[in-house]
Write a protein of this length. Structure first.
Length: 470
């Protein structure tokens, strides 16, 4: 549907809802809201709206339903699966004005926020009150809570603390027909009917528009120990991950970076000074946290006793906050460093952590078969490996023709290892045609029926998650 297919009547009604200052039809604005961080895709919506609250969103969706206008919720546009792309044009529904922290409940350890609150802003706001929101995607300085909920985002500390779904207690949601509901209750336990809250988490904006989020908080830990461990063999770094857990240690973060990821990141951030031995193939970044330094040091010593069984170089312990921040900056900059060096595709595989070595080795063999290079890194502690496929010197023809075959084989390997297609980025637009690897036709038809119950006119974020052909 193109802009001129949205009738003048519909445009007039939409303008009346949000006001002249918050409806945009110009090409520049539409292009701006037509992309996220997914490769180089651009799908400008026909019109961009910036509502102020749930009531305005309700009225917008009523108009969209009446005129059958595709409507795509748009957050911070930091996504990597194309979830916010208006692939059928229509309405681009930007939620940027819903950006308030509404209540920090220190008695019940809960916080209520609107969807456009930046994740890091929330984490810092509750930390000022001695509270902890653990979910920390690499894009936490720019991504929004609403998008985190829509994609069920994770992050480095998911290995110990879980992902977004583990903290969402209740949601205010505008349904595609304009009805406004709360999905649950602000309680830690709830066995009352179907769990609509968790159905919404990870639904990628296809079932409703999230307008308020109630999150569980934790008491903040006061101390941590951070170490960078260089391995001479990347496969051994993967093997060490499971060994650490089998030794009885649950790190608060356990990140894997292969050699190219480190090298590209150090070139990208020339203010980070870390010497890497030529023989080193991979690093693990390991953190333990708690309130008692003496216990943390005992845990660090136990980790050392595990990793010393492998071929490693000298371990770097971060002694100061500056050193810790530098190591985390290096890890969180990997994706940006890769993007600055080459055209690439990023896949988001996840497997049981014990089979990480098989996944890594398999990815490299598949790359050799199809002629592409990959750079792997990610949240190894929970088996979540990000695979950056690099175009480099590949011809455009091979990039378009051969790489998708390789990606399909990577996902087939992942599922064969009891894993699945995405650990935290979602399916969105770019992964939807691989869904038949992970799910049978019965699974997919059940999901489509759920979508139909919520959105019978298929106006809300159409063209996402479900493959073009079941």
């Amino acid at each position: 549907m193109s802009q001129n297919q949205i009738s003048h009547e519909a445009i007039a009604q939409l303008e009346k809802i949000v006001g002249q200052s918050f409806i945009f039809l110009d090409q520049e604005t539409r292009n701006h809201y037509g992309h996220d961080e997914t490769e180089d895709y651009v799908f400008p919506p026909s019109v961009v709206l910036k509502p102020a609250n749930a009531l305005e969103i309700s009225e917008i969706l009523k108009v969209a339903n009446e005129f059958k206008i595709p409507t795509t919720p748009i957050g911070a546009r930091t996504g990597l699966s194309g979830g916010a792309l208006s692939i059928y044009q229509g309405i681009g529904l930007s939620l940027e004005r819903l950006n308030k922290i509404l209540d920090i409940d220190e008695q019940n350890l809960q916080v209520t926020v609107e969807p456009a609150v930046i994740t890091q802003v929330l984490r810092e706001a509750v930390a000022d009150k001695g509270l902890f929101y653990p979910v920390d995607p690499s894009s936490q300085g720019s991504c929004w809570i609403g998008g985190n909920v829509a994609e069920n985002s994770g992050g480095a500390r998911a290995v110990k603390y879980g992902v977004t779904k583990d903290y969402v207690l209740n949601l205010e949601v505008v349904l595609p027909n304009g009805e406004i509901i709360w999905t649950g209750a602000n309680t830690l336990k709830n066995s009352t009917g179907y769990n609509l809250t968790q159905l919404m988490v990870g639904s990628e904006g296809t079932l409703g528009v999230i307008t308020k989020v109630v999150l569980k908080l934790l008491p903040i830990n006061t101390h941590n120990v951070l170490m960078l461990v260089p391995f001479y063999k990347a496969s051994q770094a993967c093997e060490a991950v499971s060994a650490i857990f089998r030794a009885g240690i649950i790190p608060s973060a356990l990140e894997f970076m292969e050699r190219d990821a480190i090298d590209w990141t150090l070139k990208y951030n020339d203010n980070i000074n870390i010497n890497v031995n030529d023989k080193v193939q991979a690093h693990l970044l390991i953190e333990v946290d708690g309130n008692y330094p003496e216990i943390l040091m005992l845990e660090a010593e136990k980790i050392m006793s595990v990793i010393e069984q492998f071929e490693i170089d000298e371990v770097l312990f971060a002694d100061t906050d500056d050193q810790k921040n530098a190591l985390w900056k290096m890890r969180r900059s990997v994706a940006e460093a890769v993007k600055s060096n080459s055209i690439y595709k990023e896949e988001d595989t996840v497997v049981p952590r014990y089979v990480l070595p098989e996944l890594l080795n398999g990815i490299k063999k598949i790359g050799s078969k199809y002629g592409f290079k990959s750079i792997c890194y990610g949240h190894a502690g929970d088996g979540n490996l990000h695979v950056n496929i690099i175009k480099g010197e590949m011809s455009d023809d091979n990039w378009e023709r051969e790489v998708p075959k390789g990606i399909r084989e990577i996902f087939e390997l992942t599922v064969a290892l009891k894993g699945t297609l995405s650990g935290e980025h979602g399916i969105g637009f770019v992964q939807k045609n691989f869904m038949n690897i992970a799910f049978s036709k019965v699974h997919l038809e059940l999901m489509e029926r759920i979508k139909y119950v919520f959105d019978p006119n298929n106006i809300l974020n159409p063209g996402k998650i479900f493959p073009d052909e079941l």
